[in-house]
Design a protein around this ligand. Sequence first.
Ligand SMILES: C[S@@+](CC[C@H](N)C(=O)[O-])C[C@H]1O[C@@H](n2cnc3c(N)ncnc32)[C@H](O)[C@@H]1O
Length: 233
Amino acid sequence: MTITPTPDHWNYDPHYTRYLAYDPEALVDRAGALSGATVLDLACGPGRATLAALERGARRVMAVDFVHDTIDRLAREHTEITVRGCDVVTALQNLPEFYDLVLCHQAINYWLLRCPANLIVNRLKPGGRFVFNTINTAPPTEPKSWDYVEEGRRFHETLYRVGDTIYHVQTATGLAPHINFFDWIPRETIRRLLGEKLDLVELVEGNTSVWICTRRGGTPAGGYDWTQAAPPP
Ligand SMILES: C[S@@+](CC[C@H](N)C(=O)[O-])C[C@H]1O[C@@H](n2cnc3c(N)ncnc32)[C@H](O)[C@@H]1O
């Protein structure tokens, strides 16, 4: 039995088949125009958001993840991407560059509560944006399970919350069981942590929220019109 915050890539791909089907491009599109932008993708995993940013004209992308085999695979397959195999906080403390966009797709709940907000703010150019998605509804404290078949494997998953920690238990044909855990972060906490130096917009899309956090004191590089964004409930 492995109990780790996240699987390595040998386990990541088969365990997350269903979740890999979610489209990171939608998040990148929320970030506005990227032509010529410099981008930092935090907790990049297989790098799908990284690749989407490049496809949209980003000039340079730095991708960070502490699972070395994941990041090594990304660097091997895409020489135009620079990678750092380390913890997000360590990367934010040490990277010398400033970015038009800092991205985090499907991973903020692993690290935001342990990251001083200033480290994020200080990596953004004035007007630069920190864009991420997260669940906006607290998972149940009673375990909730569901079954499905994906790529010939039968999956049985259980999700529940103990205090502010969310546990996701995955079992699947031919795979060792895996327990993944991460933080529940209410929107009030996001506002408190990030609202002091960043202008926050929350786009609510069902149980997911996309947060667009803009560093004050400059004009955003992209052309996204935030007045068209859906207001939070
Ligand atoms: C659910 S995956 C999402 C990966 C990717 N952003 C995507 O959307 O496919 C979570 C990722 O966060 C990474 N991760 C979690 N905590 C981290 C931390 N403190 N520092 C660096 N990477 C972290 C994991 O290794 C994993 O690749």
